[in-house]
Design a protein around this ligand. Structure first.
Ligand code: ATP
Ligand code: ZN
Length: 285
C-alpha cells in the first residue's frame, strides 16, 4: 500500500504547529525532527523534514505529495502546486515599511526607491499592479536592518505583531499580502493517494471545527427554552433535558468561539444559570 508523503518544515516557526496538527488528527509520528524522514505508526503517511523554501519544488516534482508551509512562500516560489486547505495558523502579512520619521502619502511614494525584500516576485507583482517603478534589492534574511545600513529606502517583509519593525525604527505603511499556513498538493496524486489526502483533510477539518467551537451546557427556566434555543441553534438543534426541579431544563448546544461572549450576555439576561462551557476535541459536521 502506498504512503502519502508530506513535507513539513524541518525547524522554524511552522515545524511545531505542523506536527501538532498531525498529532491532533490522531497520527502518531515516531521520531523527532533529527532525521530527514519519519513514519507514522497508525496512518499510511511519511513525513519529510525540509526547509520551507524547498517545499514547493519538492511537491511540484512529486518528491513529496503534499506539504505544509506559509502561503507567502507558495506564492513567491510560483511552482505548479495547488493550495488544498488553509490551516489557520502562522498568520502573518507581507508589508511595506519605511523609516518611522518619513512621511507617507501613498504607494506612489515608492516610485524610484530601493526596497529590500526576501520576496522579490510578490513585491514585483504588487508594484506592477500599482504602476510603481522601484528597485528591488533581494536579500535572504535580516531584511529589517537594510534601511539603517543604507542598503535600501524601505523594506517589504513578513510581519506578525510589528514589533521587529518598530525596534528597527520602521513603520508599516502598506499590506502587500495576508498569509497563513496552508496545505499544498501537486494535483497529480494517484487515486489511492487522493483518497488518503481526503481522509487527512477530513480529520484536519474536524480538528479545526472543534477548536473554533465550544460545547455549552446551561440551566434554563422552561419559559425561556424557546428564546435560548434560538440563540444556540447548535449543529442540528439543542438538546433539552428536564431537570429534577419543576419548571427548569438543561440545554446543551454548540457555540462558535468568536460569538461566545456576545451569546453569554444574552443568555444571562434570558435567565440562564449554571452555564458551563467546555472544549470540544473533534467535531464532524
Ligand atoms: P527555513 O529555515 O525553513 O527556510 P525560514 O527562516 O524561512 O525557515 P520561518 O522564520 O520559520 O522561516 O517562518 C516560516 C513561515 O512562518 C513564514 O514563511 C511565514 O509564513 C510564517 N510566519 C508567521 N509569522 C512570522 C513572522 N513574524 N516572521 C516570519 N515568518 C512568519
Ligand atoms: Zn525559509
Amino acid at each position: 500500500m502506498s504512503k502519502l508523503k508530506i513535507a513539513v518544515q524541518k525547524s522554524g516557526r511552522l515545524n511545531e504547529k505542523s506536527l501538532l496538527l498531525l498529532k491532533e488528527c490522531g497520527i502518531k509520528i515516531s521520531n523527532g525532527t533529527s532525521k530527514l524522514k519519519a513514519e507514522a505508526q497508525n496512518f499510511p503517511i511519511e513525513v519529510l523534514f525540509l526547509r520551507d523554501d524547498d517545499i514547493p519544488q519538492y511537491v511540484e516534482q512529486q518528491v513529496a505529495d503534499i506539504g505544509i508551509l506559509g502561503e507567502n512562500e507558495v506564492l513567491e516560489k510560483g511552482k505548479k502546486v495547488s493550495v488544498v486547505e488553509q490551516l489557520g495558523f502562522a498568520a502573518c502579512r507581507l508589508s511595506l515599511a519605511i523609516p518611522k520619521n518619513k512621511n507617507y502619502q501613498g504607494v506612489r511614494d515608492f516610485e524610484g526607491k530601493r526596497i529590500a525584500t526576501s520576496y522579490p516576485n510578490i513585491l514585483a507583482e504588487f508594484l506592477q499592479n500599482n504602476a510603481v517603478k522601484a528597485e528591488i534589492e533581494e536579500i535572504g534574511g535580516s531584511v529589517e536592518i537594510a534601511p539603517s545600513i543604507g542598503l535600501a529606502d524601505a523594506v517589504c517583509d513578513i510581519v506578525s505583531t510589528g514589533s521587529t519593525l518598530l525596534t528597527n525604527g520602521l513603520k508599516e505603511v502598506e499590506t502587500v499580502l495576508n498569509s497563513q499556513a496552508v496545505m499544498i498538493s501537486s494535483g497529480q496524486l494517484s487515486t489511492e493517494k487522493s483518497e488518503l489526502l481526503e481522509k487527512l483533510l477530513f480529520r484536519i477539518r474536524a480538528v479545526r471545527n472543534a477548536s473554533a467551537n465550544k460545547y455549552i451546557l446551561l440551566n434554563s427556566p422552561d419559559s425561556a427554552i424557546e428564546a435560548i434555543s434560538a440563540l444556540l441553534p447548535g449543529m442540528k438543534s439543542p438538546t433539552i433535558l428536564p431537570l429534577n426541579r419543576k419548571g427548569w431544563s438543561s440545554i446543551h448546544s454548540v457555540v462558535k468561539e468568536d460569538e461566545f461572549w456576545d451569546v453569554i450576555d444574552q443568555l444571562k439576561s434570558l435567565g440562564a444559570e449554571g452555564i458551563l462551557v467546555v472544549p470540544i476535541e473533534k467535531m464532524i459536521v
